[in-house]
Design a protein around this ligand. Structure first.
Ligand SMILES: [Fe+2]
Length: 288
């Protein structure tokens, strides 16, 4: 029996990604995402052969779930002892809906991971759960509340705005995971669930940039921030080149609320966050 719940935020082996291993007092693991194929050796090291009581896949982007897919394609996930897998991805059938503001973008989003994931889905069917907003899991001393899941109609930033948002509650701490939620998803999260957001620790949405609005972080009011960000991303300016181009921003006005990491870092300073763990500095371990 471990004395505390431990949270490990794994550093990048691939260019940037998101991967967490939470170890419970009963020495079971909860995995969030995992990163790419190149990130799998480090993930296996931190899981350390423990049973994975829950593997949560926040959303279907390469930097979050392509490692998971790779493992099942390679050997059916034989290197892991997984009990349950939770996710809620948008339906691929959206590809038939041409009446969206930016169809080509949506097609790229749908094709990034979903076709590959559907190939391995038969292999995980007996462990798979579609997680819905409002559901709650109990894993040893940990409670997980899903506060946001895919909403129909959020297509402009389709995959990021389908991120599962959930709160991990241990006997001592609360941690809010925002996945890669963007401005519009953040607006809905705030309107529907702002009274549930307060947490001690927050995983900064979308690696710290192009993410939810400041009011979401104000409602969370966390003292501690978890940044899945390499050097260049943590040091990013307010409006990087790729966010300065009106052609990229024009299909949807909510993209005008996408900023570089410097803006988010300033918000957190103004909101009084005092401690920052950043994957650029290596794997970060937090006692919960
Ligand atoms: Fe990401």
């Amino acid at each position: 029996m471990n004395t505390h719940t431990m949270l490990h935020m794994l550093t990048e082996t691939s260019p940037f990604m998101m991967s967490f291993v939470i170890v419970t007092r009963q020495n079971r693991a909860i995995v969030v995402d995992g990163g790419r194929a190149a990130d799998m050796p480090l993930l296996k090291e931190y899981i350390g052969g423990r049973t994975v009581a829950a593997w949560i896949l926040t959303h279907a982007h390469n930097d979050h779930i392509s490692g998971f897919i790779h493992e099942f394609k390679t050997n059916g996930g034989a290197d892991f002892d997984i009990e349950n897998i939770y996710y809620n991805f948008p339906p691929y059938e959206l590809i038939e809906d041409h009446a969206v503001p930016d169809y080509q973008y949506m097609v790229r989003e749908l094709n990034e991971c979903l076709p590959e994931f559907s190939e391995i889905e038969p292999l995980i069917r007996d462990k798979a759960h579609i997680a819905h907003q409002g559901e709650c899991l109990h894993i040893d001393e940990c409670r997980i509340d899903f506060l946001f899941s895919y909403h129909d109609g959020l297509t402009v930033n389709l995959m990021n705005d389908s991120s599962l948002v959930f709160k991990l509650t241990t006997p001592n701490k609360t941690v809010l995971f925002l996945g890669d939620l963007g401005p519009q998803g953040g607006d809905l999260l705030y309107r529907e669930s702002r009274h549930l957001l307060k947490a001690d620790i927050v995983q900064m949405a979308h690696h710290g940039h192009m993410n939810v609005g400041m009011e979401v972080y104000a409602a969370i009011a966390a003292e501690t921030c978890l940044w899945c960000a390499p050097d260049w991303l943590y040091a990013e300016e307010e409006i990087p080149d790729y966010l300065a181009d009106p052609a990229y921003l024009s299909p949807d006005p909510s993209r005008l609320r996408m900023y570089g990491t410097a803006v988010t870092r300033r918000w957190m300073e103004q909101l009084g966050a005092t401690t920052h763990y950043v994957t650029k500095d290596g794997t970060q371990t937090v006692v919960l």
